[in-house]
Design a binder for this molecule. Structure first.
Ligand code: NAD
Length: 433
């Protein structure tokens, strides 16, 4: 099958590379010239385990190519995927301007019938809007079918997820469209769930909102655990053993971040609001998350009342491990607040520091190792549970001016920290000394 993918971000590039890996001819299109230049040289613009290798392999096999030119990219495509961003508008709703633009690009460039598949997360009704935008410009010259095929990959394991996902959701209007998209995906050998377009669009938002709800729920339970003297680790294990609950997404921390949960929860509140439904539960989830992101600063202030002029180490900057993505990471708020209060912030992240430099406050300094970050610092805040951070030799904290670790991800054993004479505050657990 000849496929074009519009947008080469986390979703578009992983989709294009994975589809080429299972044998399709794929052209990835992006408006960003710098990205296309890099990918043509075999350099992935994002960090994602296994992505670069698979990208190079399929480029060499001539199944995968990259272009800035929409017309060249779509010339022979039977199927065109839309994988552009749907960021948050100021009122919380999804900004569909990139999707609209991609739809116009399709209308302007195709010279044959196509199926347009939407991978981007879009509000209910958007696939019909895409069809209208294209058809209104084509004036009946070619036939366009639309298919909703929401993406469920997780950054940090995106390539793995493409080949081992729990389900592929296909929302379509007719058997022909179902058949073609099923055939494309068949080699992945992942269960396919077929439904109507609107339900497929809603499945994506409902899934993300449900996972965000689990996170905010366990975070609130962890806050109560601290107050009543229970331990969230035991509570999560005990809850997760119930198969109706399940053990995933029951890890207390500093709230969810990233490019999806924050914007998708707010977009779903708006989608409901547009039909005059107040999604009270989800509004609570969003508010709890906002509060939880401030928890490390509150804990730090309990231990060190004045941080002005003091060196504070920040370990981990990406919104989760194994990605260089800082979008909506708690590190943005936390470093900003530390600097506002006059602290000297020394940050370390195994992969995300290059990205961080263009996103975080320019006063943030960067260390080349955990050791350098914590040396002579007043406190260390842990934001991301990278393996390198979880597996650090605890004696490194002896190099601090005052061995105080405030851990937003419960990386270490309380007893081990006590043995190493580190004052240790974590989430929902008893603290030392
Ligand atoms: P991204 O911002 O990383 O990438 C979008 C890309 O599209 C950019 O490279 C941009 O230059 C390009 N682009 C924009 N308009 C274009 C156009 N008209 N023609 C060609 N290229 C264009 O976005 P992302 O994180 O990959 O997310 C894409 C969509 O997938 C969003 O709707 C998001 O909600 C959804 N999604 C993301 C994830 C994730 O983990 N990142 C997971 C599931 C779903």
């Amino acid at each position: 099958m000849k496929i074009a993918v519009i947008g080469t971000g986390y979703v578009g590039l992983v989709t294009g590379v994975s589809l080429s890996e299972i044998g399709h001819d794929v052209v990835c299109i992006d408006v960003n010239k710098e990205k296309i230049k890099k990918m043509r040289q075999g350099i992935s613009p994002i960090y994602e385990p296994g992505l670069s290798e698979m990208m190079m392999k399929n480029s060499a096999a001539k199944r995968l190519s990259f272009t800035n030119d929409h017309r060249t990219g779509m010339q022979q495509a039977d199927v065109i995927y839309i994988a552009v961003g749907t960021p948050e508008d100021p009122d919380g709703s999804a900004d569909l301007s990139f999707v609209d633009e991609a739809s116009k690009n399709i209308a302007e460039c195709i010279d044959h019938n196509v199926i347009v598949v939407t991978k981007s997360t879009v509000p209910v009704g958007t696939n019909h809007r895409i069809k209208e935008i294209i058809n209104s410009r084509l004036m009946g010259r070619f036939t366009v079918e639309v298919v909703s095929n929401p993406e469920f990959l997780k950054e940090g394991s995106a390539i793995y997820d493409s080949f081992h996902g729990d389900r592929i959701v296909i929302g379509a209007e007719n058997e022909h469209a179902f058949g073609v998209i099923e055939q494309i995906n068949q080699p992945f050998n992942i269960p396919i769930f077929k439904t109507d377009i609107k339900s497929a669009e809603m499945i994506k938002y409902a899934s993300n909102a449900f996972l965000a709800t689990k996170i905010s729920f366990i975070n609130e339970i962890s806050n109560i655990c601290e107050l009543v003297g229970a331990n969230i680790e035991s509570v999560s294990v005990g809850m997760g053993l119930d198969q109706r609950i399940g053990s995933q997404f029951l890890k207390a921390g500093i709230g969810y971040g990233g490019s999806c949960f924050p914007k998708d929860t707010k977009a779903l509140i708006q989608i409901a609001g547009n039909v005059e439904y107040e999604f009270e539960l989800l509004k609570g989830v969003v508010n709890v998350n906002k509060m939880q992101q401030g928890i490390l600063i509150r804990k730090l202030k309990e231990c060190v009342s004045d941080i002005s002029g003091k060196k504070i180490a920040v370990l981990g900057l990406s919104f989760k491990p194994n990605t260089d993505d800082l979008r909506e990471s708690a590190s943005i708020l936390i470093t900003e607040e530390l600097i506002k209060q006059g602290a000297l912030v020394m940050a370390y992240d195994p992969i995300a520091m290059e990205n961080a430099k263009s996103i975080l406050n320019p006063l943030v300094c960067y260390a080349s190792s955990i050791e350098e970050a914590v040396e002579n610092s007043e406190a260390a805040l842990i934001i991301t549970d990278w393996d390198e951070i979880k597996n650090v030799d605890l004696t490194v904290f002896a190099k601090m001016k005052n061995p105080l670790v405030i851990d937003g991800r419960n990386c270490f054993s309380i007893n081990e920290m006590a043995k190493n004479k580190v004052e240790y505050r974590s989430i929902g657990r008893p603290f030392t000394p």
